[in-house]
Design a protein around this ligand. Structure first.
Ligand SMILES: *[C@@H]1O[C@H](CO)[C@@H](O)[C@H](O)[C@H]1NC(C)=O
Length: 619
């Protein structure tokens, strides 16, 4: 374990300690895997182009660079290439010094290897006078060389920002107010860096989070920035990390109403295919959901990981008007409404939803009338049961369906254990579907078991349709998926390689009328996922299938960057040599006594504090 730790530190040090300027990454011509890898490597990444000194991307011509800037609503005037070699203007120098000071002040923190922490600190730095559009090679070659290479050879375009404030694009707030918030947020970031986080060995880290924390009293604001700074409630230790898997995140956080507004914007970004936007909003939502106090001021937000100036401004708007204009506009957008309708069809991803829209379809009837033959079987089932799949499933029914599955498993072979995972386990009162993980201490029992249980449940008429049946884990002998190291990552491959069946379920029993006439089965069709895990990796299966989406995303990121491991719900592997890393067996290789103990051991083995399922509600 110890040597893995050292490796990961060395790895993340490679790009993280280089003094890059603030970088905005263009997604143009980047695959989603490449995009994500780059985002993780760039220590000074910003999601707001107006904060960037460098706009990095697969762009080699000036016209293209200008097009990209226009697309992001950044208006510039070209800087004469001769001027470029002239000394930097004082304003620019100041911004640079400030950036460096803020970024380096954070370096000794345990979590500083992640770009998001630094992004938080450098977020509020005032708008810089020029921006350079730079070829991607500058960054990749700098990382390879271990030093920041001179940028000039890579610059495609350099422009001076025209006097259009970024805020004008985003927000109708008065300029003084914005300047004020930025100034205060900056003061907060400064204040933060003056008081480094306490070392983890001392008591504070062990403190448990209570559900009704007493918010420290906020004295009326004065005009002194320093006084305001000291009157903000302290940020809990767990919010100094950029990994949401290290924080308690409950289902109904104090700032839930604001989160709901942000979630609407996030959904719109999903539907329009804005991957960077989705990641940015997901991170911000997860951080805000873990914040234990009701926000009083926008400055409180600018301090949180993944939340910069922009989210702070959105909160100011929410506080002033009770809503977000962007969320209202999204809701009123007829195209988004259609995309959302299509996206909610089971088996239809956002790209397919856009494809349907582009074919001219506007509702489910259009699909049935004009496109039925072109749909896959699964999508046809998704359309057919659209209304029923929208219905929520109460906890009691989730339990009854799960118990039927477990009973069938044990009829086939005794000794199966089950954990109901998904939203149910996180405490949701109603679920969109039912997810269960089944396992058995004898490895021969789980091998090719998925086919047998599906056949058994079909025979008793519980399963009406099988949408997807995956047996890949059994086909490779239930060995954790082979991993050839970082070089061979395939986009989208290996998220979950456990044996599983995604099915449509309907209770075959219903009350007959007094005359005993049987009518059409009135019970709603439900979506049910049955996942089979071999015992040796059941902890990973339960962990992967229980936690909220952003929690899982950050768990993978944490494993990659902090542990040099690859997490997958079918097991954990070393990134160095691809071997399976067993965190679930006891000291003498004795298997875990049950699936929940196995899950706890995964947390412990990853050096993560245990989070009960109700604290993994990151959204
Ligand atoms: C597991 O089951 C197989 C037969 O299915 C049996 O031969 C074997 O002895 C069992 N292993 C253990 C450890 O009980």
């Amino acid at each position: 374990m110890h040597h893995v730790d050292t490796r990961s530190r060395k790895r993340s040090a490679s790009s993280m300690t280089l003094g890059f300027p603030v970088i905005f990454l263009l997604s143009t011509n980047l695959g989603s895997k490449e995009l994500q890898d780059l985002e993780e490597q760039i220590p000074t990444l910003t999601y707001d182009i107006h904060e960037a000194e460098v706009v990095l991307g697969k762009v080699s011509r000036k016209e293209r660079a200008l097009f990209e800037l226009r697309k992001h609503k950044l208006v510039t005037e070209e800087v004469d290439p001769i001027e470029r070699s002239a000394p930097a203007s004082p304003a620019r120098k100041r911004a640079k010094v400030l950036t460096t000071a803020l970024a380096s002040s954070d370096v000794d923190s345990d979590t500083a290897s992640d770009g998001e922490v630094q992004r938080r600190l450098i977020g509020p730095v005032p708008v810089r006078p020029t921006v350079k559009v730079v070829r991607l090679a500058w960054f990749t070659e700098s990382v390879k060389a271990g030093e920041v290479l001179p940028i000039d050879d890579y610059v495609v375009y350099e422009g001076r920002r025209m006097p259009t404030t970024p805020v004008k694009v985003v927000q109708p707030l008065p300029a003084e107010k914005v300047a004020d918030i930025m100034k205060r947020a900056l003061a907060d970031a400064g204040g933060q860096s003056r008081s480094p986080r306490p070392k983890s060995s001392q008591g504070r880290r062990g403190e448990t989070y209570t559900s009704h924390p007493v918010r420290p009293a906020l004295v009326r604001q004065t005009t002194s920035e320093h006084e305001i700074d000291t009157k903000l409630p302290p940020i809990p230790d767990y919010l100094l990390t950029a990994y949401s898997c290290q924080r308690p995140t409950r289902i109904h956080p104090p700032n839930e109403a604001f989160i709901e507004e942000l979630a609407k914007i996030k959904t719109a970004r999903t539907l329009t295919g804005d991957k960077i936007g989705v990641r940015a909003y997901s991170s911000a939502i997860a951080a805000i959901a873990a914040y234990p106090y009701t926000f009083q001021t926008a400055q409180e937000i600018a301090r949180l990981p993944g939340c910069g100036n922009k989210i702070a401004l959105l909160f100011q708007e929410f506080k002033d008007t009770g809503q977000l204009k962007e969320a209202r506009e999204d809701e009123a957008d007829p195209k988004l409404a259609v995309l959302k309708l299509f996206y909610e069809i089971w088996g239809v991803a956002e790209t397919t939803a856009r494809d349907f829209y582009n074919r001219g379809w506007r509702d489910l009837d259009d699909i049935v009338e004009y496109g039925w033959e072109t749909l896959g079987r699964v999508q046809q089932i998704g359309v057919k049961y659209y209304d029923e799949f929208q219905l929520k499933i109460p906890r009691a029914e989730v339990e009854s369906i799960s118990n039927t599955i477990l009973a069938h498993a044990n009829m086939i072979r005794e000794g199966f254990q089950m954990v109901i995972v998904g939203g149910y386990r996180r405490g949701k009162l109603e679920s969109g579907d039912v997810d269960v993980v089944l396992s058995h201490p004898n490895e021969t029992a789980t091998q090719h078991f998925i086919e047998r249980i599906v056949v058994s449940l079909e025979k008793d008429k519980y399963i009406t349709h099988t949408l997807s049946l995956s047996t890949t884990n059994s086909e490779r002998g239930q060995a954790p998926v082979s991993w050839k190291g970082n070089a061979k990552v395939k986009a989208g491959a290996g998220f979950d390689t456990l044996d599983k069946a995604l099915v449509v379920w309907q209770d075959p029993v219903w009350a007959t009328t007094a005359t005993g006439e049987s009518k059409k089965n009135p019970n709603p069709h439900r979506r049910v996922d049955i996942i089979i895990s071999p015992w040796k990796t059941a902890g990973c299966a339960v962990l992967g299938w229980t936690s909220g989406t952003t929690f899982q995303r950050d768990l993978r990121r944490y494993c990659k960057k902090e542990r040099s491991l690859k997490f997958d719900s079918s097991g954990i592997r070393s990134r160095a040599d691809g071997t399976w890393v067993d965190l679930e067996s006891g000291p003498d290789g004795v298997p875990a006594p049950d699936m929940l103990t196995a899950e706890r051991r995964v947390f412990a083995g990853l050096a993560l504090e245990w989070r009960p399922p109700e604290e993994r509600c990151t959204g």
